[in-house]
Design a protein around this ligand. Structure first.
Ligand SMILES: [Zn+2]
Length: 426
Protein backbone atom coordinates (compact mmCIF):
# COMPACT_ATOMS: atom_id res chain seq x y z
CA UNK A 1 0.00 0.00 0.00
CA UNK A 2 1.20 3.51 -0.70
CA UNK A 3 0.23 6.92 0.66
CA UNK A 4 1.06 10.48 -0.28
CA UNK A 5 3.66 11.96 2.05
CA UNK A 6 3.88 15.73 2.50
CA UNK A 7 7.53 15.57 3.66
CA UNK A 8 8.87 13.94 0.48
CA UNK A 9 6.05 15.26 -1.76
CA UNK A 10 5.67 11.76 -3.16
CA UNK A 11 3.76 8.51 -2.85
CA UNK A 12 5.52 6.35 -0.29
CA UNK A 13 5.24 2.57 -0.01
CA UNK A 14 4.29 1.30 3.45
CA UNK A 15 6.35 -1.52 4.97
CA UNK A 16 4.74 -4.92 4.39
CA UNK A 17 2.19 -6.28 6.90
CA UNK A 18 2.12 -6.67 9.84
CA UNK A 19 4.00 -3.34 10.06
CA UNK A 20 3.43 -2.01 12.70
CA UNK A 21 1.78 1.16 11.39
CA UNK A 22 1.62 3.59 14.27
CA UNK A 23 -0.44 6.69 13.44
CA UNK A 24 -0.78 10.00 15.26
CA UNK A 25 -3.53 12.35 14.03
CA UNK A 26 -3.84 15.79 15.61
CA UNK A 27 -7.12 16.18 17.44
CA UNK A 28 -9.30 19.11 18.41
CA UNK A 29 -8.81 22.07 20.68
CA UNK A 30 -11.74 21.62 23.05
CA UNK A 31 -13.72 24.79 23.74
CA UNK A 32 -17.01 24.29 21.84
CA UNK A 33 -18.89 21.54 20.00
CA UNK A 34 -16.54 20.44 17.23
CA UNK A 35 -17.03 21.82 13.76
CA UNK A 36 -17.88 19.36 10.97
CA UNK A 37 -14.46 20.16 9.47
CA UNK A 38 -12.88 18.48 12.52
CA UNK A 39 -14.62 15.25 11.59
CA UNK A 40 -12.47 14.72 8.51
CA UNK A 41 -9.09 13.92 10.11
CA UNK A 42 -10.93 11.73 12.64
CA UNK A 43 -12.76 9.83 9.88
CA UNK A 44 -9.66 9.51 7.67
CA UNK A 45 -7.61 8.22 10.63
CA UNK A 46 -10.25 5.69 11.67
CA UNK A 47 -10.77 4.48 8.09
CA UNK A 48 -7.04 4.09 7.51
CA UNK A 49 -6.75 2.05 10.70
CA UNK A 50 -9.71 -0.08 9.62
CA UNK A 51 -8.27 -0.67 6.15
CA UNK A 52 -4.76 -1.40 7.38
CA UNK A 53 -6.09 -3.91 9.92
CA UNK A 54 -8.10 -5.65 7.20
CA UNK A 55 -4.85 -5.91 5.22
CA UNK A 56 -3.14 -7.68 8.10
CA UNK A 57 -1.35 -4.73 9.66
CA UNK A 58 -0.87 -4.06 13.33
CA UNK A 59 -2.28 -0.52 13.03
CA UNK A 60 -2.86 1.88 15.89
CA UNK A 61 -4.18 5.42 16.08
CA UNK A 62 -3.47 8.18 18.60
CA UNK A 63 -5.75 11.23 18.49
CA UNK A 64 -4.82 13.92 21.00
CA UNK A 65 -7.01 16.37 22.87
CA UNK A 66 -5.64 19.91 23.11
CA UNK A 67 -7.15 20.99 26.39
CA UNK A 68 -4.70 23.81 27.15
CA UNK A 69 -5.07 26.71 24.72
CA UNK A 70 -5.79 30.44 24.42
CA UNK A 71 -9.11 29.69 22.75
CA UNK A 72 -10.25 27.84 25.88
CA UNK A 73 -9.13 30.67 28.19
CA UNK A 74 -10.97 33.16 25.96
CA UNK A 75 -14.15 31.08 25.79
CA UNK A 76 -14.49 30.46 29.52
CA UNK A 77 -12.77 33.07 31.71
CA UNK A 78 -12.08 31.55 35.16
CA UNK A 79 -13.75 28.26 34.17
CA UNK A 80 -11.48 27.05 31.39
CA UNK A 81 -10.77 23.60 32.87
CA UNK A 82 -14.48 22.93 33.28
CA UNK A 83 -15.24 23.94 29.68
CA UNK A 84 -12.33 21.88 28.33
CA UNK A 85 -13.53 18.77 30.21
CA UNK A 86 -17.10 19.29 29.00
CA UNK A 87 -16.09 19.93 25.38
CA UNK A 88 -13.86 16.83 25.46
CA UNK A 89 -16.92 14.76 26.39
CA UNK A 90 -18.89 16.41 23.56
CA UNK A 91 -16.15 15.48 21.13
CA UNK A 92 -16.14 11.85 22.29
CA UNK A 93 -19.96 11.72 22.01
CA UNK A 94 -20.11 13.33 18.58
CA UNK A 95 -17.27 11.36 16.99
CA UNK A 96 -18.52 8.20 18.73
CA UNK A 97 -21.89 8.67 17.02
CA UNK A 98 -20.14 8.49 13.64
CA UNK A 99 -20.07 4.75 14.39
CA UNK A 100 -16.41 4.12 13.55
CA UNK A 101 -15.26 3.14 17.03
CA UNK A 102 -12.63 5.20 18.82
CA UNK A 103 -8.85 5.68 18.46
CA UNK A 104 -6.57 3.46 20.54
CA UNK A 105 -5.25 6.39 22.56
CA UNK A 106 -6.78 9.82 23.31
CA UNK A 107 -4.09 11.60 25.33
CA UNK A 108 -4.77 15.01 26.87
CA UNK A 109 -2.26 17.82 27.11
CA UNK A 110 -3.25 18.45 30.75
CA UNK A 111 -2.19 14.89 31.61
CA UNK A 112 1.18 15.17 29.89
CA UNK A 113 2.69 18.28 31.49
CA UNK A 114 5.55 16.61 33.46
CA UNK A 115 6.71 14.84 30.28
CA UNK A 116 6.45 18.13 28.34
CA UNK A 117 8.59 19.89 30.95
CA UNK A 118 11.23 17.14 30.73
CA UNK A 119 11.28 17.39 26.92
CA UNK A 120 11.76 21.17 27.06
CA UNK A 121 14.56 20.78 29.62
CA UNK A 122 16.36 18.49 27.18
CA UNK A 123 15.96 21.01 24.35
CA UNK A 124 17.44 23.73 26.56
CA UNK A 125 20.33 21.45 27.59
CA UNK A 126 21.11 20.77 23.93
CA UNK A 127 21.08 24.45 23.02
CA UNK A 128 17.88 24.25 20.94
CA UNK A 129 15.78 26.32 23.33
CA UNK A 130 16.23 29.14 25.83
CA UNK A 131 14.38 30.61 28.77
CA UNK A 132 13.33 34.24 28.72
CA UNK A 133 11.54 35.75 31.74
CA UNK A 134 9.45 32.65 32.47
CA UNK A 135 8.83 31.79 28.83
CA UNK A 136 10.82 29.18 26.89
CA UNK A 137 11.36 29.47 23.15
CA UNK A 138 12.64 27.09 20.52
CA UNK A 139 15.59 28.60 18.67
CA UNK A 140 14.84 28.14 14.97
CA UNK A 141 18.42 29.13 14.15
CA UNK A 142 19.72 26.14 16.15
CA UNK A 143 18.06 23.68 13.79
CA UNK A 144 19.38 24.16 10.24
CA UNK A 145 16.81 21.82 8.65
CA UNK A 146 13.95 24.04 9.80
CA UNK A 147 11.35 24.42 7.05
CA UNK A 148 11.79 20.93 5.58
CA UNK A 149 8.14 19.92 5.88
CA UNK A 150 6.46 23.11 4.62
CA UNK A 151 9.41 23.98 2.35
CA UNK A 152 9.56 27.51 3.63
CA UNK A 153 12.65 29.62 3.44
CA UNK A 154 13.84 31.08 6.69
CA UNK A 155 12.70 34.59 5.70
CA UNK A 156 9.15 33.28 5.17
CA UNK A 157 8.73 32.01 8.70
CA UNK A 158 5.90 33.72 10.56
CA UNK A 159 4.87 31.78 13.63
CA UNK A 160 1.50 33.46 14.01
CA UNK A 161 2.34 34.21 17.63
CA UNK A 162 2.11 37.67 19.15
CA UNK A 163 5.37 39.57 18.61
CA UNK A 164 7.43 39.36 21.76
CA UNK A 165 10.55 41.18 22.83
CA UNK A 166 11.40 38.07 24.83
CA UNK A 167 12.32 36.20 21.63
CA UNK A 168 15.88 36.34 20.41
CA UNK A 169 14.67 35.88 16.87
CA UNK A 170 11.19 36.66 15.53
CA UNK A 171 11.08 33.17 13.97
CA UNK A 172 11.36 31.43 17.35
CA UNK A 173 8.23 29.85 18.81
CA UNK A 174 6.99 29.26 22.35
CA UNK A 175 7.51 25.94 24.12
CA UNK A 176 6.43 27.22 27.52
CA UNK A 177 4.48 30.35 28.40
CA UNK A 178 4.59 32.06 31.78
CA UNK A 179 1.19 32.27 33.44
CA UNK A 180 -0.81 35.47 32.85
CA UNK A 181 -3.00 35.58 35.97
CA UNK A 182 -5.45 38.10 34.53
CA UNK A 183 -6.62 35.82 31.74
CA UNK A 184 -5.32 32.30 32.47
CA UNK A 185 -6.93 30.36 35.28
CA UNK A 186 -4.86 27.17 34.95
CA UNK A 187 -1.11 26.74 35.37
CA UNK A 188 1.54 24.16 36.15
CA UNK A 189 4.80 24.50 38.04
CA UNK A 190 8.01 24.23 36.08
CA UNK A 191 11.73 25.05 36.44
CA UNK A 192 10.83 28.38 34.77
CA UNK A 193 7.99 29.19 37.13
CA UNK A 194 4.22 28.84 36.79
CA UNK A 195 3.01 28.50 33.27
CA UNK A 196 1.72 26.18 30.61
CA UNK A 197 3.01 24.45 27.51
CA UNK A 198 2.77 25.83 23.99
CA UNK A 199 0.62 23.95 21.50
CA UNK A 200 3.31 22.44 19.26
CA UNK A 201 5.36 20.81 22.02
CA UNK A 202 2.25 18.99 23.29
CA UNK A 203 2.03 16.89 20.14
CA UNK A 204 5.73 16.02 19.96
CA UNK A 205 5.58 14.80 23.55
CA UNK A 206 2.25 12.95 23.42
CA UNK A 207 3.22 11.13 20.22
CA UNK A 208 6.59 10.07 21.63
CA UNK A 209 5.15 9.15 25.04
CA UNK A 210 2.99 6.52 23.38
CA UNK A 211 5.09 5.38 20.42
CA UNK A 212 8.66 6.25 21.36
CA UNK A 213 10.95 8.45 19.23
CA UNK A 214 9.96 6.93 15.86
CA UNK A 215 6.63 6.01 14.32
CA UNK A 216 5.19 5.61 10.86
CA UNK A 217 2.44 8.16 10.12
CA UNK A 218 1.57 11.63 11.38
CA UNK A 219 -1.70 13.08 10.10
CA UNK A 220 -3.87 16.12 10.42
CA UNK A 221 -5.54 18.85 8.40
CA UNK A 222 -3.61 20.57 5.63
CA UNK A 223 -3.82 23.79 7.67
CA UNK A 224 -1.49 22.22 10.26
CA UNK A 225 1.55 21.77 7.99
CA UNK A 226 2.84 25.15 9.07
CA UNK A 227 3.59 26.13 11.73
CA UNK A 228 2.24 23.27 13.88
CA UNK A 229 3.80 20.24 12.20
CA UNK A 230 6.93 22.07 11.06
CA UNK A 231 7.53 22.89 14.71
CA UNK A 232 6.82 19.34 15.87
CA UNK A 233 9.42 18.03 13.43
CA UNK A 234 11.95 20.62 14.59
CA UNK A 235 11.46 19.89 18.31
CA UNK A 236 11.75 16.13 17.95
CA UNK A 237 14.47 15.92 15.33
CA UNK A 238 16.56 18.54 17.12
CA UNK A 239 16.87 15.88 19.85
CA UNK A 240 17.89 13.29 17.28
CA UNK A 241 14.53 11.52 17.29
CA UNK A 242 13.43 10.35 13.83
CA UNK A 243 9.76 11.14 14.71
CA UNK A 244 7.15 10.42 11.98
CA UNK A 245 8.38 8.97 8.69
CA UNK A 246 5.23 9.73 6.63
CA UNK A 247 3.11 12.88 6.88
CA UNK A 248 -0.51 12.64 5.71
CA UNK A 249 -2.46 15.89 5.43
CA UNK A 250 -6.15 15.80 4.65
CA UNK A 251 -7.82 18.45 2.47
CA UNK A 252 -10.11 20.98 4.11
CA UNK A 253 -13.89 21.23 4.06
CA UNK A 254 -15.11 24.11 1.93
CA UNK A 255 -18.37 25.89 2.44
CA UNK A 256 -19.90 27.14 -0.74
CA UNK A 257 -21.67 30.46 -0.80
CA UNK A 258 -23.14 31.67 2.46
CA UNK A 259 -25.36 28.63 2.83
CA UNK A 260 -23.44 27.32 5.80
CA UNK A 261 -23.00 30.55 7.73
CA UNK A 262 -23.73 30.34 11.42
CA UNK A 263 -26.08 33.32 11.25
CA UNK A 264 -28.26 31.45 8.80
CA UNK A 265 -28.63 28.77 11.46
CA UNK A 266 -27.35 26.05 9.19
CA UNK A 267 -25.26 23.02 9.96
CA UNK A 268 -21.77 23.69 11.25
CA UNK A 269 -21.03 21.17 13.98
CA UNK A 270 -20.57 17.41 13.82
CA UNK A 271 -23.58 17.10 16.13
CA UNK A 272 -25.79 19.25 13.85
CA UNK A 273 -24.69 17.26 10.80
CA UNK A 274 -25.46 13.91 12.45
CA UNK A 275 -28.86 15.19 13.59
CA UNK A 276 -29.72 16.57 10.17
CA UNK A 277 -28.22 13.99 7.81
CA UNK A 278 -27.43 10.86 9.80
CA UNK A 279 -24.02 9.32 10.21
CA UNK A 280 -24.19 7.19 7.05
CA UNK A 281 -24.71 10.18 4.77
CA UNK A 282 -21.78 11.99 6.40
CA UNK A 283 -19.53 8.96 5.84
CA UNK A 284 -20.62 8.54 2.20
CA UNK A 285 -20.02 12.28 1.73
CA UNK A 286 -16.40 11.87 2.89
CA UNK A 287 -15.99 8.83 0.61
CA UNK A 288 -16.84 10.91 -2.46
CA UNK A 289 -13.54 12.82 -2.41
CA UNK A 290 -9.91 11.82 -2.11
CA UNK A 291 -8.79 12.41 1.48
CA UNK A 292 -6.12 14.83 0.22
CA UNK A 293 -8.48 17.04 -1.78
CA UNK A 294 -10.75 19.80 -0.54
CA UNK A 295 -14.41 18.81 -0.32
CA UNK A 296 -17.48 21.05 -0.59
CA UNK A 297 -19.89 20.77 2.29
CA UNK A 298 -23.34 22.11 1.38
CA UNK A 299 -26.97 21.04 1.45
CA UNK A 300 -26.54 20.08 -2.19
CA UNK A 301 -23.53 17.81 -1.73
CA UNK A 302 -25.09 16.24 1.36
CA UNK A 303 -28.31 15.52 -0.57
CA UNK A 304 -26.20 13.84 -3.24
CA UNK A 305 -24.48 11.75 -0.57
CA UNK A 306 -27.85 10.80 0.93
CA UNK A 307 -29.04 9.69 -2.48
CA UNK A 308 -25.88 7.61 -3.02
CA UNK A 309 -26.40 5.93 0.33
CA UNK A 310 -30.03 5.14 -0.54
CA UNK A 311 -28.85 3.69 -3.83
CA UNK A 312 -26.15 1.55 -2.25
CA UNK A 313 -28.54 -0.05 0.18
CA UNK A 314 -30.91 -1.19 -2.54
CA UNK A 315 -34.54 -1.74 -1.62
CA UNK A 316 -34.68 -5.47 -2.05
CA UNK A 317 -31.78 -7.79 -2.51
CA UNK A 318 -31.69 -10.89 -4.60
CA UNK A 319 -28.99 -13.32 -3.59
CA UNK A 320 -26.98 -13.81 -6.73
CA UNK A 321 -23.89 -15.96 -7.01
CA UNK A 322 -21.00 -14.16 -5.37
CA UNK A 323 -18.05 -13.53 -7.68
CA UNK A 324 -14.51 -14.83 -7.32
CA UNK A 325 -11.66 -13.17 -5.38
CA UNK A 326 -10.69 -10.96 -8.34
CA UNK A 327 -13.63 -8.68 -7.53
CA UNK A 328 -12.33 -7.90 -4.04
CA UNK A 329 -8.92 -7.15 -5.58
CA UNK A 330 -10.50 -4.24 -7.48
CA UNK A 331 -11.50 -2.71 -4.17
CA UNK A 332 -8.07 -3.40 -2.65
CA UNK A 333 -6.31 -1.77 -5.58
CA UNK A 334 -8.28 1.43 -5.15
CA UNK A 335 -7.57 1.73 -1.43
CA UNK A 336 -3.97 0.54 -1.60
CA UNK A 337 -3.30 3.34 -4.10
CA UNK A 338 -3.21 6.35 -1.77
CA UNK A 339 -6.48 5.31 -0.14
CA UNK A 340 -8.56 6.30 -3.16
CA UNK A 341 -12.07 6.27 -1.69
CA UNK A 342 -13.85 7.72 -4.77
CA UNK A 343 -12.62 4.73 -6.81
CA UNK A 344 -13.55 2.33 -4.00
CA UNK A 345 -17.01 3.91 -3.87
CA UNK A 346 -17.41 3.37 -7.63
CA UNK A 347 -16.59 -0.33 -7.09
CA UNK A 348 -19.22 -0.49 -4.34
CA UNK A 349 -21.85 1.00 -6.67
CA UNK A 350 -20.85 -1.50 -9.34
CA UNK A 351 -21.28 -4.39 -6.90
CA UNK A 352 -24.68 -3.05 -5.94
CA UNK A 353 -25.78 -2.98 -9.59
CA UNK A 354 -24.55 -6.55 -10.07
CA UNK A 355 -26.21 -7.75 -6.89
CA UNK A 356 -22.98 -8.75 -5.12
CA UNK A 357 -24.54 -8.04 -1.76
CA UNK A 358 -22.12 -10.01 0.38
CA UNK A 359 -19.14 -8.26 -1.17
CA UNK A 360 -20.86 -4.88 -0.97
CA UNK A 361 -21.56 -5.36 2.72
CA UNK A 362 -17.95 -6.42 3.36
CA UNK A 363 -16.67 -3.31 1.53
CA UNK A 364 -19.06 -0.95 3.32
CA UNK A 365 -17.96 -2.29 6.71
CA UNK A 366 -14.42 -1.03 6.11
CA UNK A 367 -15.94 2.47 6.26
CA UNK A 368 -18.24 1.86 9.23
CA UNK A 369 -21.30 1.30 7.03
CA UNK A 370 -23.40 -1.81 6.56
CA UNK A 371 -26.43 -2.93 4.64
CA UNK A 372 -29.70 -3.17 6.53
CA UNK A 373 -30.62 -6.77 7.22
CA UNK A 374 -31.87 -8.58 4.17
CA UNK A 375 -34.86 -10.03 5.98
CA UNK A 376 -36.41 -6.62 6.59
CA UNK A 377 -36.26 -5.49 2.98
CA UNK A 378 -37.40 -8.88 1.70
CA UNK A 379 -40.50 -8.62 3.79
CA UNK A 380 -41.19 -5.17 2.34
CA UNK A 381 -41.17 -6.48 -1.27
CA UNK A 382 -43.41 -9.39 -0.33
CA UNK A 383 -45.81 -6.96 1.28
CA UNK A 384 -46.01 -4.93 -1.94
CA UNK A 385 -46.66 -8.14 -3.88
CA UNK A 386 -49.58 -8.94 -1.55
CA UNK A 387 -50.93 -5.38 -2.02
CA UNK A 388 -50.69 -5.81 -5.78
CA UNK A 389 -52.60 -9.11 -5.64
CA UNK A 390 -55.32 -7.35 -3.67
CA UNK A 391 -55.44 -4.48 -6.21
CA UNK A 392 -55.77 -6.98 -9.07
CA UNK A 393 -58.53 -8.84 -7.28
CA UNK A 394 -60.32 -5.49 -6.91
CA UNK A 395 -59.65 -4.83 -10.63
CA UNK A 396 -57.74 -1.65 -9.74
CA UNK A 397 -55.31 -2.04 -12.64
CA UNK A 398 -53.71 1.39 -12.26
CA UNK A 399 -52.75 0.67 -8.66
CA UNK A 400 -51.53 -2.83 -9.56
CA UNK A 401 -49.22 -1.34 -12.23
CA UNK A 402 -47.94 1.25 -9.80
CA UNK A 403 -47.09 -1.46 -7.27
CA UNK A 404 -45.37 -3.54 -9.93
CA UNK A 405 -43.16 -0.54 -10.76
CA UNK A 406 -42.30 -0.17 -7.08
CA UNK A 407 -41.37 -3.87 -6.89
CA UNK A 408 -39.22 -3.54 -10.02
CA UNK A 409 -37.29 -0.73 -8.38
CA UNK A 410 -36.41 -3.27 -5.69
CA UNK A 411 -34.80 -5.49 -8.29
CA UNK A 412 -37.71 -7.91 -8.79
CA UNK A 413 -40.48 -8.56 -11.24
CA UNK A 414 -43.81 -10.19 -10.51
CA UNK A 415 -44.94 -13.23 -12.48
CA UNK A 416 -48.64 -14.05 -12.42
CA UNK A 417 -49.44 -17.73 -12.56
CA UNK A 418 -52.59 -19.77 -12.10
CA UNK A 419 -51.39 -20.71 -8.61
CA UNK A 420 -50.78 -17.03 -7.70
CA UNK A 421 -48.03 -14.45 -8.13
CA UNK A 422 -44.39 -14.84 -7.30
CA UNK A 423 -41.28 -12.66 -7.34
CA UNK A 424 -38.44 -13.29 -9.77
CA UNK A 425 -35.11 -11.50 -9.93
CA UNK A 426 -34.80 -8.90 -12.66
ZN1 LIG B 1 -0.87 18.40 16.88
Amino acid sequence: MRLYDTLSRSLVELPPPPGPIRMYFCGPTVYARAHIGNARPFVVGMWLRSWLRSRGYDAQLVHNITDINDKIYDAAPSASAHLAAEATEWYFEDTGDLGLGMPDYLPKATESVPQIVAFIEELIARGNAYESVGDVYFSVDSYPEYGQLSRRKSDQVEQGEEPSSLKRDSRDFALWKANKPATEDTWWDSPWGRGRPGWHIECSVMAEEIYGPAFEIHGGGLDLVFPHHENEVAQSRALGHPFASIWTHNGMLQFTGDKMSKSAGNVTTIRDAIDKWGRETILVFFLTASWRKPIDFSDETMLQAASQWAGLQGAFRVAKAEPGPAEWTRFEKALDDDFNTPDALAVLHDWRSRGYWGLLDKGLRIFGLELPTMAGTGIEAERLRDDRDAARNAKDWAKADELRDAIRKMGYDVVDESSGSRLVPL
